[in-house]
Design a binder for this molecule. Structure first.
Ligand code: CTP
Ligand code: MG
Length: 185
């Protein structure tokens, strides 16, 4: 359960981007020399900024709830250390998703085309990377040890890598079924 709890800010960010996305694309419509968009129309500023905010606010609520949930749920760090953790997880998820889209366009896959593996794990790796960097900054400022390293143990990471793709496919299928998403993956 701890593995999923830790991933919740990233899940919330990823899912809300679908809901709140739209408007100006992150690449401003720019096309590269290969004739393809930098990121494509599926990555918008609104999705990135508001989705990340939703993940961060959601993570803050979860952090408050963690003690009530008992030992099964970790909080996201001592003192204010939850903030770099949940904000890093939330915006990192969407950054990882955008990096994936950049590579996806370069290998010639259209927006929304399935790319099994990267489509399901992009946001996990992005979330961990940015949360790690945010935590490293926290530590460098002398505010405390890197909070991500306290939460992301090897078993937690392995469980998250196995369970996330399944959850992701399940929620996307539901999102498609109920008209929130164009494709069922
Ligand atoms: N979305 C958004 N802004 C983001 C991320 C997602 O607006 N930064 C919205 C878009 O409407 C997008 C949807 O969420 O179509 C689903 O996201 P995702 O599956 O990541 O994008 P795809 O449309 O599949 O595009 P790609 O092929 O580039 O992954
Ligand atoms: Mg997709």
């Amino acid at each position: 359960m701890q593995a999923l709890w830790l991933m919740l800010p990233a899940y919330i960010a990823n899912a809300s981007a679908v809901k709140v996305g739209g408007g100006t694309p992150m690449d401003f419509g720019k096309v590269l020399k290969d004739g393809r968009r930098v990121l494509g129309p599926g990555k918008t500023w609104r999705g990135f900024l508001l989705g990340g905010l939703a993940g961060t606010v959601g993570g803050a609520l979860l952090h408050v709830l963690a003690p009530g949930a008992g030992g099964a749920m970790t909080d996201f760090g001592a003192g204010w250390a939850w903030l770099p953790t949940v904000a890093g997880l939330a915006w990192g998820a969407l950054l990882g998703d955008a990096v994936k889209s950049f590579v996806k366009r370069r290998v010639g896959k259209e927006r929304g085309a399935p790319w099994w593996g990267p489509d399901q794990l992009d946001f996990v790796l992005g979330a961990w990377s940015v949360a790690f960097l945010a935590g490293a900054g926290w530590e460098a400022l002398g505010l405390g040890p890197n909070p991500l390293l306290g939460a992301l143990t090897l078993p937690v990471a392995v469980i998250a890598l196995v369970v996330t793709p399944m959850l992701h496919l399940g929620t996307n299928w539901l999102g498609h079924r109920y008209g929130q998403k164009e494709v069922p993956w």
